[in-house]
Design a protein around this ligand. Structure first.
Ligand code: ZN
Length: 394
């Protein structure tokens, strides 16, 4: 049995939720690149008083800079920066910035792979980024050890499939990571489950999923925390961005209700949220909150609790698959989604100690029988794989 921690990302000292925050995620470029940003981050960290602090490296802004065509440099002799036209970052600067805030967990510098369509495009992208991601893993780890040796080091993984994972982990042998972090952009639930089982079989016990709090991902994480890993964490800015769009997130299944002033919400649609902010309030009364900044603050507070409580409650009640299913069926309007998730988890549970290629084949055939899930990657098994040792330190 492991932990499941939902991290708050995208916060600042003003919009930070006032409810308890288990984990706070900050990042090097937004919170450690200038004296003003460092000062503001210190204020937020004090206010949040979270149990866990994690600092991300800046891979995501690097991906965005690439997409926008900014001038990108990796020169530690130039200032760490991310402006409208240019970005400069290096593993040394990432760890120097991490040393300022002394989080519990830091993430090495990586260059994320982009969302691409064809297998050839993906292969080219993986190998292009590998040229940066392999040396940066060694440099990030070395600078982490030199500057903040007691802090946990999570190795970011940029892989489209399990073959890429094999290649990357082989190339960074010697980097003694405490856990791994992985973006789940564009990964379906079955693919995520496959990656998590692969981590379990490799002896990787701590995993952070970057930038997500979707309902299927949380469900898969609940299973993984109870059955596969010692630590599963995830972060998202959804609570804030949904509020900015005046969206109300359901505390039961994270579905959204549009509460912009001109939207007609039927009077028969009741707000069942028991959170201290909503209690007794109708959707119409939330819609009418003025001025707008108060409405957004209300929605940020509610949305944060909706996601955090959902993760905590699913974890508390989902200690077996039947218990999890019971909880999901009670909460979720989309019963077909529940059925699909439970079928994926049932297959994972039956095959998690078998050769991973068997699980891959079965998941690719889609046990739910509704939509075909394509899982790129190896076609044949090359080894028996239950819980092979890795280079991780714990
Ligand atoms: Zn509420």
């Amino acid at each position: 049995m492991g932990q499941l921690i939902y991290f708050c990302a995208g916060a600042d000292a003003i919009n930070l939720p006032t409810s308890p925050i288990d984990g706070l995620l900050i990042n090097v470029l937004d919170h450690g690149s200038t004296p003003a940003k460092i000062k503001a981050a210190r204020k937020m960290i004090r206010k949040a008083n979270s149990r866990h602090k994690m600092e991300d490296s800046g891979g995501y802004p690097l991906l965005k800079a690439e997409e926008k065509g900014k001038v990108i440099t990796f020169d530690p002799s130039l200032p760490l920066k991310n402006t409208g036209k240019a970005l400069n970052i290096s593993p040394q600067q990432v760890m120097e910035a991490n040393a300022i805030h002394q989080p519990d967990i830091v993430i090495g510098l990586d260059w994320p792979i982009r969302k691409l369509e064809t297998d050839i495009q993906k292969q080219l992208e993986f190998y292009k980024k590998l040229e940066f991601n392999v040396p940066w893993a060694f440099e990030s780890f070395a600078w982490k050890n030199a500057l903040i040796p007691s802090v946990q080091y999570f190795q970011p993984l940029q892989c489209y499939n399990l073959d890429h994972l094999d290649i990357y982990l082989n190339k960074i042998r010697g980097v003694l990571f405490d856990g791994v972090s992985m973006p789940v952009r564009n990964i379906k639930a079955a693919e995520l489950a496959l990656f998590l089982v692969s981590f379990y079989q490799r002896g990787i016990t701590r995993v952070h999923l970057l930038g997500t709090s979707s309902f299927p991902v949380i469900v898969i994480c609940v299973y993984a925390a109870w059955n596969l890993l010692d630590w599963v964490s995830l972060d998202s800015t959804t609570w804030r961005y949904a509020a900015d769009k005046e969206s109300f997130i359901s505390p039961f299944d994270l579905s959204r209700t549009d509460l912009r002033a001109y939207v007609q919400v039927p009077a028969t649609k009741l707000n069942p949220c028991p959170c201290p902010f909503c209690r007794g309030r109708s959707f119409q009364s939330i819609q009418a909150i003025a001025p707008r900044k108060d409405k957004l603050q209300f929605l940020r507070e509610h949305n944060w609790l909706a996601i955090a409580n959902l993760a905590n409650e699913l974890y508390a009640n989902g200690y077996t698959i039947p218990n999890l299913e019971k909880e999901l069926r009670f909460r979720c309007r989309n019963q077909r989604q529940v059925e699909s998730l439970i079928q994926i988890l049932s297959v994972v549970d039956a095959l998690k100690d078998s050769d991973i290629s068997l699980l891959q084949t079965v998941l690719a055939s889609n046990p739910s029988g509704r939509q075909r899930t394509r899982l790129a990657g190896r076609q044949t098994s090359t080894k028996k794989c239950p819980r092979q040792p890795t280079g991780q330190t714990t």
